[in-house]
Design a protein around this ligand. Structure first.
Ligand code: CA
Length: 626
């Protein structure tokens, strides 16, 4: 009866015309903004039923309405404001009006905070610690299951969430600082409320399929907790690097479920999935078909490929980045799949960030095979078309590959440690190779200990090289305790021991690392100490941050290089061979002529470097020369 009555009322009183005149506001993004940016234009994405059919009015000194843009989907309205330098912080009213309804919405402009201790950027004076939030530490079991969110925790299923969170990272910042790290990079923390299918490996604990780019996934914590993490890290002398993705979002992103326009994403039924061959972007012989597939193809079926050529989307994404930098105070960004979106968009994105935050740094995940194709992505590379990426830092996959191959193979003309020598020798291609982010593993790569065939000696050689050569070293969580794991995603993203209550061994403690080493018969305390000691030592060493690199052609798989500036010289000797070597140092006289003593950075012992130097099989010596 009641239902009949409602039907009757609806039928009598709600005419089609009136339906069109009613409207709702469900969300406005960004939720708030700031005064005082170089670029005064502000885009507001307003979402709600039939909001696109309204007229907008603003009466606020210093804030002007430039235009409001309705799109294919009437549930969207893009309102462009000019927040001039005369705008003052505080609340103001935006009025939305249809013929029969008026809605007043309060919007807030904050004053920008000072930049002291915020947005510091990162460079070769840093060592970055990479954390996968779901797999590091579960500091708050109460957020493991969130009512209304699709996926909870399943400790038995490798592709499932494990409950790690921001609180877990916050609780262990002391551990990260004590390891000598100066920056923390978190894999993405945006909401990923995605349906999973573990059978096909579709789990989204990794964070690369955003369903809301303005919200921290509640299973990791809240936006406020993230800000607390950034501030606490900075107070402890560490920077924070946020992971972002503009190539794609998740299929359950709220704006994918009700798309603003049909060109918001590339049509997968037309373009299919990407060929993952980003070399097409600079290949002078690339076909249109291959190029189209690279850029427009979807990364995977669960990740719709965004069309950044839609100017409304491009503005939305750039603003989202600036919002997070200003809101949280982060010091840097790691951009996922950097070559996959339109490169013109990526250049504008970088340019805009650096315009607002000149000290900031961005590293693009440029997963290329060669030095030339990697260097192409760094700012000011002399591209044939004149394209400039404005990207300061690139991920150094060529060096990574050379380290792993070089440590695993025998010495030859261009094999063994010579591989590293030849790769670094191509640094003339980079605008600034000292800004390259360098690594021996990360969340997408086989764990380093597994890469080197579980050989502790090779492992330590890699660590020494990483922390003494040019570039910005990055340590993947657990590498300092020799974690192993193959190429499968869950395998290389195993839990940090001690991060969960049920763990018997807590590797965050010295005692735990000792136990772990005994259990696995590995020199874990020694490796931890190597990472810690070198990272701590390197903190105050300008000669390692910015000093020149000079290296000598490897002989008998012994690679010798010097880091030097006006005041200091550091000599690094890597023996990649199975046999002990007696190194005649006469060959290095261009550096050694003014020194007599080499002080071993690890052991503190002093060696007469004018005599032959003994070096054990597969071992390293780092000498500060005196
Ligand atoms: Ca948790």
């Amino acid at each position: 009866m009641k239902r009949l009555l409602i039907l009757f009322i609806t039928f009598c009183f709600v005419s089609p015309v009136m339906l069109a005149q009613s409207f709702e506001i469900e969300r406005i993004e960004p939720e708030f903004w700031w005064t005082g940016f170089a670029k005064t234009e502000l885009q507001l994405l307003v979402y709600g039923e039939d909001i696109g059919k309204t007229r907008v009015h603003i009466d606020q000194p210093g804030v002007y309405l430039r235009q409001s843009i309705a799109v294919e989907n009437p549930n969207y309205l893009f309102v462009y404001l000019d927040v001039t330098e005369n705008a003052s912080s505080g609340d103001f009213t935006i009025t939305f009006r249809s013929d029969s309804k008026t809605l007043q919405q309060t919007y807030t402009l904050h004053e920008r905070e000072g930049s002291e201790n915020r947005h510091q950027g990162f460079d070769s004076s840093d060592v970055i610690y990479l954390v996968m939030p779901d797999r590091f530490a579960n500091g708050d079991p109460s957020n493991d299951e969130i009512p209304g969110m699709i996926e909870g925790v399943d400790m038995d299923e490798p592709y499932a969430r494990k409950g790690g969170d921001i609180k877990g990272i916050l609780d262990n910042l002391g551990y990260i600082r004590d390891l000598g790290m100066t920056a923390v990079w978190l894999n993405p923390i945006f909401e990923n409320d995605m349906p999973y299918n573990y059978d096909i490996g579709a789990g989204f604990y990794h964070g690369y399929a955003a369903t809301d780019m303005y919200r921290v996934d509640r299973r990791f914590g809240t936006n406020e907790e993230f800000v607390e993490l950034v501030q606490t890290s900075q107070d402890m002398g560490m920077k924070v690097i946020m992971d972002m993705i503009h190539n794609h979002v998740g299929t359950h992103h709220w704006f994918i479920k009700d798309m603003p326009a049909s060109d918001w994403v590339h049509d997968q039924s037309v373009v299919g999935n990407t060929n993952y061959r980003t070399d097409t972007l600079m290949d002078p012989y690339a076909s249109e078909a291959d190029l189209r597939s690279t850029v427009k193809g979807w990364f995977v079926d669960e990740m719709p490929d965004l069309n950044q050529k839609n100017p409304l989307l491009a503005d939305y994404l750039i603003q989202n980045t600036i919002w997070w930098i200003e809101y949280s105070g982060i010091d840097g960004i790691r951009m996922d799949t950097h070559p996959y979106p339109y490169k013109e968009y990526m250049a504008e994105w970088s340019r805009r960030i650096l315009e607002e935050y000149p000290d900031f740094n961005i590293v693009g995940e440029v997963w290329m095979q060669n030095v030339a194709t990697t260097a192409w992505w760094q700012y000011d590379f002399p591209t044939q078309s004149g394209y400039n990426s404005y990207l300061p830092s690139v991920t150094d996959f060529p060096l990574y590959r050379s380290i792993v191959s070089g440590l695993n193979e025998g010495a030859g003309w261009d094999t063994g440690l010579a591989r590293i020598y030849y790769t670094l020798g191509q640094d003339f291609l980079y605008t600034d190779p000292f800004l390259n982010v360098i690594f021996v593993d990360n969340h997408d790569l086989t764990r380093f200990m597994t890469s080197v065939g579980e050989d502790s000696a090779k492992f330590k050689l890699g660590i020494v090289l990483l922390l003494t050569t040019r570039g910005i070293p990055q340590i993947y969580y657990g590498t300092e305790i020799m974690k192993m794991g193959g190429a499968n995603d869950p395998d290389k993203r195993r839990l940090f021991p001690g991060g969960w209550e049920h763990h018997e061994i807590n590797a965050f403690t010295e005692e735990g690392r000792k136990q772990l080493g005994e259990k696995r018969n590995l020199p874990i305390p020694e490796v931890y100490e190597l990472v810690r000691k070198l990272s701590e030592w390197r903190k105050g060493k300008d000669v390692i941050h910015t000093g020149k690199l000079t290296h000598f052609i490897p002989e008998n798989n012994v690679y010798v290089f010097f880091r030097h500036n006006e005041g200091e010289t550091v000599m690094v000797i890597l023996n990649g061979d199975d046999e002990s070597k007696e190194l005649n140092t006469a060959r290095f006289s261009e550096f050694l002529y003014k020194y007599r003593i080499g002080r071993d950075v690890i052991t503190g012992t002093e060696t007469d470097i004018r005599q032959n130097v003994q070096i054990l099989p597969r071992s390293a010596l780092i000498f500060e020369l005196r």
